[in-house]
Design a protein around this ligand. Structure first.
Ligand SMILES: Nc1nc2c(ncn2[C@@H]2O[C@H](COP(=O)(O)OP(=O)(O)OP(=O)(O)O)[C@@H](O)[C@H]2O)c(=O)[nH]1
Ligand SMILES: [Mg+2]
Length: 377
């Protein structure tokens, strides 16, 4: 593979060359769904090329121009200090137009059929007149590399739907595979008129909790297997869910899926609900045939109506914004602390002393904080 002319995979194939970003061969790991192609610098926007003006980004996104939306997201994802102010200004200008979508997180073990389901749900929703944005957060893409591209073929029909926008997130982010900028990406999509945002995440590490913290409703896709269905499903994950769907309920698997559903419906009563006043319904569905998908969406609508009326919806959004604010501040403070020369200079010695038992942990922490405070005054 050469680097020349490689555009992001969400590029409009009909308009080659209209993208700010090309992908350079670089360090290990996938980026933007292109297997094995990570830019040498995290910035996907070639240096030297002038950025579109802020007005251009804003107008383009507002007009629902998918190319400008993709470019605005790329700008947001850029780590280049030169882009930070530009990105912030674009987002600030678009913020008043955001917030109007229903944000749904979809999780499930690898192979649970998330992508297939999202395609079926997405097509159903666009058929109903919705505009759907799919953010495929895929921590496995850095390992298997091809998996987002694989998803793209799985979501082929949805990808061709002009009422749908699919954006794979770079896997390089921290937060258990969820990109640093997934929240901003959601806001941009909303400003572009997408009224349903679907965020796919694989249940790896921290990613479910992170996605839970940015969506209105969290959907857990399960599949039937042999033996005790309840085994192996972590209680913690169950308690994040607002809706549980036993997927692949088609063909010979239908009866088994229904039995599993009943089992989970029973189990849900013993768990703490993720959302106050809402007992997570359990349904069956098939992403392959589309069966059960409209009924599932009906539950989502009920959730929206009920939590909207009770105020729980607005409260969750407020809580999420505050958690985002504090999370960013903590991240910032932590990196400031560890990057501080006098802290960095003392840290190894303090660690050694702690291990050797010549200083207490509390005293070592205090000493390091003292170093930090002294020099930041
Ligand atoms: N019978 C049946 N098979 C399905 C269904 N949905 C998905 N599959 C199959 O299950 C496999 C995995 O489907 P995906 O949609 O890629 O699953 P995923 O959860 O997105 O997988 P990862 O992204 O790799 O975690 C594929 O071979 C699909 O054809 C379904 O509703 N019924
Ligand atoms: Mg998938």
């Amino acid at each position: 593979m050469t680097d020349t002319g490689r555009t992001p995979e969400w590029a409009d194939p009909g308009k080659p060359g209209v993208f700010a970003s090309t992908v350079k061969k670089g360090v290990e790991g996938g980026h933007d769904g292109l297997p094995g192609q990570t830019p040498a610098v995290p910035d996907a926007i070639p240096a030297g090329r002038p950025l579109p003006a802020i007005d251009e980004y804003v107008a383009g996104v507002r007009a629902g121009d998918r190319v400008m939306l993709a470019r605005a997201i790329t700008l947001m994802e850029s780590n280049a200090p030169a882009h930070t102010d530009h990105a912030r200004e674009v987002l600030t200008r678009l913020l008043p137009f955001s917030g109007n979508a229903i944000r749904v997180g979809v999780t499930g073990v690898p192979g649970a059929g998330k992508s297939t389901f999202i395609e079926a749900l997405g097509l159903f929703l666009t058929g109903q007149g919705h505009k759907v944005a799919v953010l495929a957060v895929d921590p496995s893409s850095s390992i298997s590399r091809g998996s987002v591209l694989g998803d793209k073929t799985r979501m082929e029909r949805l990808a061709r739907d002009e009422r749908c926008f699919i954006r794979p997130s770079p896997s390089s982010g921290n937060l258990g595979g969820v990109a640093r900028t997934t929240r901003e990406t959601m806001l941009l999509c909303e400003a572009a008129g997408y009224d349903v945002i679907l965020v796919e995440t694989v249940g790896v590490g921290q990613s479910e909790i992170t996605v839970r913290s940015m969506v209105d409703l969290f959907l857990l896709l399960l599949i039937t297997g042999a033996g005790d269905e309840l085994q192996g499903i972590k209680r913690g994950v169950m308690e994040l869910a607002d809706l549980v769907a036993i997927n692949k309920a088609d063909g010979e698997n239908r009866a088994r899926a229904e039995a599993t559903r009943a089992e989970f419906a029973h189990a849900m009563h013993f768990l703490t609900p993720a959302t106050e006043g809402w007992t997570p319904p359990t349904v069956t569905c098939s992403g392959l045939t589309g069966e059960g998908v409209p009924a599932l969406w009906q539950k989502v609508e009920e959730f929206r109506a009920q939590t909207g009326a009770s105020g729980v919806w607005a409260m969750r959004r407020a809580t999420q914004l505050l958690a985002w604010l504090h999370g960013l501040m903590e991240e910032h403070l932590r990196s400031m602390f560890y990057a501080h020369p006098s802290v960095a200079g003392r840290l190894a010695a303090m660690e050694e002393e702690v291990v050797a038992g010549t200083i207490t942990v509390a005293a070592a922490a205090q000493e390091l904080m003292h170093q930090f405070e002294q020099r930041t005054r």
